[in-house]
Design a protein around this ligand. Sequence first.
Ligand code: ADP
Ligand code: MG
Length: 881
Amino acid sequence: MKGVRAKMPRRPALKKPSPPGPKDPVGVYCRVRPLGRPDQECCIEVINESTVQIHPPDGYRIFRNGEYREMQYSFKEVFGTLVAQKELFDVVAKPLVEDLIRGKNGLLFTYGVTGSGKTHTMTGSPGDGGLLPRCLAMIFNSIGPFQAKRFVFKLDDKNGVDVQCEVDALLERQKRDAMPVPKTPSGKRQIDPEFADMINVQDHCKVEEVDEDNVYSVFVSYIEIYNNYIYDLLEETPFDLIKPKPPQSKILREDQNHNMYVTGCTEVEVKSTEEAFEVFWKGQKKRRIANTQLNRESSRSHGVFIIKLAQAPLDADGDNVLQEKEQITLSQLSLVDLAGSERTNRTKAEGNRLREAGNINQSLMTLRTCIEVLRENQMYGTNKMVPYRDSKLTHLFKNYFDGEGKVRMIVCVNPKAEDYEESLQVMRFAEMTQEVEVARPVDRPLCGLTPGRRFRNQAFREELAQKLEIRGGPISGETEEQSASEILLQNFPPLPSCELLDINDDQTLPKLTGVLEERHKLRQKLSEEFAKNVLTFKTILRELDSSVMSKENHFQGKLSEKEKVITGQKTELERLEKKIKTLEYKIEILEKTATIYEEDKRHLQQELESKSQKLQRQASDKRRLEARLQGMVAETTMKWEKECERRVAAKQLEMQNKLWVKDEKLKQLKAIVTEPKNEKPERPSRERDREKPIPRSVSPTPVPVPNSQRLVSNQQVHRRSNSCSSISVASCVMEWEQKTPSHKHTGGNSKTRTRQQEPGQSRDCNTSDRRRGMCWTGITEVPKSRDELEIEEDQCCRGDVFKTRGGGQAVQFTEIETLKQESPTGRKRRSSPSNADPPEDAADSEWTDVETRCSVAVEMRAGSALGPGYQHHAMPKRRKP
Ligand code: ADP
Ligand code: MG
């Protein structure tokens, strides 16, 4: 005997959310039972084949201030009040039975309030069998001729199944039959009239494609979950009249494949629908029926009827079960009749009952919670823990939701108004349940043996029997042989009476002798015939022998041929396997490469994205900057335009002033030339008047201004002491000095003198108190080299230095001498394009006479660190026409 662990609802490895592969939603069907009385108010209507509408009853509406809301609920299919059990079975349960026979698991449960028709749907009512007897009938209709002998399959106590050969099974049968109790129910037993009409299913429904090369065995168990305890309803307990023992509860365990099972639960092997239903009925009788006010028949417990189907293939001869543990499949179909889903207070249960009802609802609450969490996990990808362990009911069916299988639920509703609120709850739960998905069970692998073995074996046996019959009939049993010899003896002539009545009787003995001789002859004939027959038989036997031999030879030849083919195929198989391995390896490498590339691609895409974002940012920055720059350019342009205009105006003013100064100087010089020496040159009255009221104050040391811009801005400082409309002589001198950072002066003795104005440094030409001074001034342009020199001028100014009233000093030029040397290349240089002298410089360069030189004077302010300042007294030069 070989112990075999069978396949059970497959469960994924721990911590895995759910097995991969296709999934199917839980199939939820709705059945509306007919009203108990026709005058009852109805609150549920079947809208179409998949929708029901539920509306509040009249009283409810009044109670809720006229609020009227019709709700519609959709299910996979809705069965109205007129739908027959068979129709429901065909749609809901038939696919589950088909799956069971194909080695897949299923779970079917009825859900609803008490009195809604759960038991009617699952078990049925007298004369109207429900889903359970119909499932059993379909199973046995399908596997009937292919059932294994009893005890060929044996379920162990760890949720596994063992297989043993038929001889061992026979021995075990004999052993069990010898035992007084318990006995396996016999298939030939009389059907209990209590349920006879419930299993009298006439439609002979069966699965079309049953694997006929398999042998099958059905095992049933029936448990009850009551107050969150599990009881075995098939357990044989010795009945103690004096001290009856309460039933022992069972515990749940997990098997090797992580499937849940009830330990020590009775599992009965059944061979027919009747036998199976009888077992169920026995358990049903044991069920606790709580007598609530709602429904006297209603059960306060969950009833779970489990049908296990063990199947294994026949061996290659199609004769015996293959003794290979890997080839056994154990599938199961659980049919669950749940307790009423109504709330505790509605049942008006008291004391013990209340606790029962509470627990019933607790386990249904857990079922609801589990479904909710499962749905949430599946819909939103969360990984919340499903509280299967919170109740025995959910713990037992954990594998269906976590693993694989087909789960179907029939929601039973009673359309009566009193059930309105409870029915609403039921509908909501049912609708939510539809959103939960369960992994689709996979097809079991094929055993690899040639299909049609069973029928070939049967055909062979039949043929053999026929042939034996033709050639003298089968070797009959003892009784048949006896009767043949009797018939033979009857054919002998009967013996006459051997009684000698008289001493002279000479007739009896000769008669007997004659009969005996006749018998002897007959016997000889018979023995001759027998010898002939033996001879014929021997010949036949020899013929048979030779034909068998020839057939054997033929088969041997065929066998060797087949073996050769098999060897060839094996080699081919090996080659292909190697190829597969190589390809798999290649695929693996390619997959890895693809992963790497994908990773790279992802990285690059990310990089691209970030760069394009950066680019976009930069572009937008650039645009902003451009806009800003344009704004700034426009602003600056405007500013500079204004500035230029302002400068042009200032310059014009300055030029006018210069012109005036020159004119003045000219006038003064004229006056100097014409008038006696002591007379001071007079400034234009306007200018003088303007200066007069302004007392000279201590001014800050003039600082050299680096560029023309500063010069312009400095004009404002000089306006303090000069005319507000013209620039001062000092500013002109400063400007001139800045434009000519170093000057070469050639004195009368041809000595070069340099005048440089530095802050804090007094000028060379200052003298103490009142004295006459000489000051050398250069012309406007100083040539860069000796070769370029065209006109070389030296001026020698003589004048008096006075102390001014303000504490400063003033110089009064009395004489200006101009020494001039002209170079032949002079004109050329002036016209040179490289000469970028400003126009005023050009104008200045035209000053060639003595008058012109006097227009350049130096002003030193009182208190200045530079020492005595130069005061301009010359008249402005008039421009030459
Ligand atoms: P539950 O098991 O939900 O408490 P039952 O199946 O015991 O309810 O049904 C209560 C009563 O209603 C039973 O007498 C049953 O015969 C009847 N009943 C339920 N459903 C139907 C139906 N679809 N057609 C006819 N009678 C029904
Ligand atoms: Mg019931």
